[in-house]
Design a binder for this molecule. Structure first.
Ligand SMILES: Nc1ncnc2c1ncn2[C@@H]1O[C@H](COP(=O)(O)OP(=O)(O)O)[C@@H](O)[C@H]1O
Ligand SMILES: [Mg+2]
Length: 286
């Protein structure tokens, strides 16, 4: 079997900002290598200032690396002839839903993306409807975006990005301003899109319960990847998340406390259902 070509590949990447107008450099990323494969759901976690947003912006050529190279579907982000194609391939959804919706109705918001792609007006209505159905917002197509809840706004933002037919969605703390219900809706929608459409997802979050739902977790610390593995591996306790300013999911902590008390539970439990199943199994053995 041939090795799958990564959708996003970073080799020896560094990025520094300039402080104000001065020549003083603020390093944000260093020695960074990673690859994201087609259809993968990858969570990126890291403390504030660890470089997550900088990493996101390098993934669709909003920023270009100071050193090293970034490729999207083989296209070098530093080559200006690919900029448009790269931005179409990697769609971004940001933290604040109010900053990304610009139209007066939900359907216009999505139609705007399609117009940019040159979709003819006849096909537009059906396509807008399809995109909104994908994020469960079809019934709100005539609503004004500012009347929607935060979770609904983020789902419209996702639909607008889907209109560009991307291969990858980068969600930069897209749930951090939402209530628990909104957070759940947005992550469920995103996971479904990943499975159903084979979209790659880069899910940046400081909520460890969300990261636990990914196929793979990358831990960022001081601008570089310090751990890369399945949620089970990352939360199994070998990697010290607290040292890089992160919490372990509450259910993982609880399982570990129960293990310390002598209960025969596996390491790296990341879901409540999993813990319940393990406890029931123990109970039935006694
Ligand atoms: N526009 C900017 N100008 C100067 N420094 C910045 C800018 N944006 C981010 N930084 C610095 O780069 C580092 C990484 O920031 P960022 O990528 O935003 O991290 P995160 O998203 O993980 O909080 C931090 O030290 C931050 O202060
Ligand atoms: Mg950030």
């Amino acid at each position: 079997m041939t090795k799958e070509t990564p959708l996003i590949e970073m080799r020896g990447v560094a990025y520094s900002y300039h402080r104000g107008d001065s020549d003083e450099e603020v390093p944000a990323l260093r020695d960074l290598d990673l690859s994201i494969c087609p259809g993968e759901f990858v969570a990126v976690v890291g403390a504030n200032g660890s470089g997550k947003s900088t990493l996101a912006k390098l993934m669709n050529a909003l920023l270009l690396p100071t050193d090293g190279e970034v490729r999207v579907a083989g296209m070098l982000t530093a080559d200006p002839q690919y900029t448009w194609e790269i931005r179409r391939t990697v769609g971004m959804v940001f933290q604040n839903p109010d900053n990304q919706l610009v139209s007066t109705t939900v359907e216009e918001e999505v139609a705007f993306g399609l117009e940019n792609l040159g979709v003819p007006t006849e096909g537009m209505r059906a396509k807008v409807s399809d995109m909104l159905a994908e994020v469960n917002m079809d019934s709100q197509r005539r609503s004004e975006p500012h009347n929607l809840s935060g979770g609904q706004k983020q789902r419209v933002a996702i639909a607008a990005v889907l209109a560009m037919e991307p291969d990858c969605l980068v969600m930069d703390e897209a749930t951090s301003m939402l209530d628990p219900g909104g957070r759940r809706d947005v992550i469920t929608t995103t996971r479904r899109l990943c499975r159903a459409r084979g979209l790659s997802v880069v899910w940046i979050s400081h909520f460890m319960e969300e990261a636990a739902q990914a196929d793979r977790i990358l831990v960022l610390d001081e601008g570089t990847v310090v751990a890369d593995g399945s949620p089970r591996q990352i939360f199994a306790g070998e990697f010290d998340l607290e040292r890089v300013g992160l919490d372990i999911p509450p259910v993982t902590k609880l399982a570990s406390r129960l293990r310390d008390m002598g209960f025969d539970l596996p390491t790296g439990i990341t879901h409540v259902e999993e813990l319940v199943t393990c406890i029931c199994r123990l109970h039935s053995k006694t």
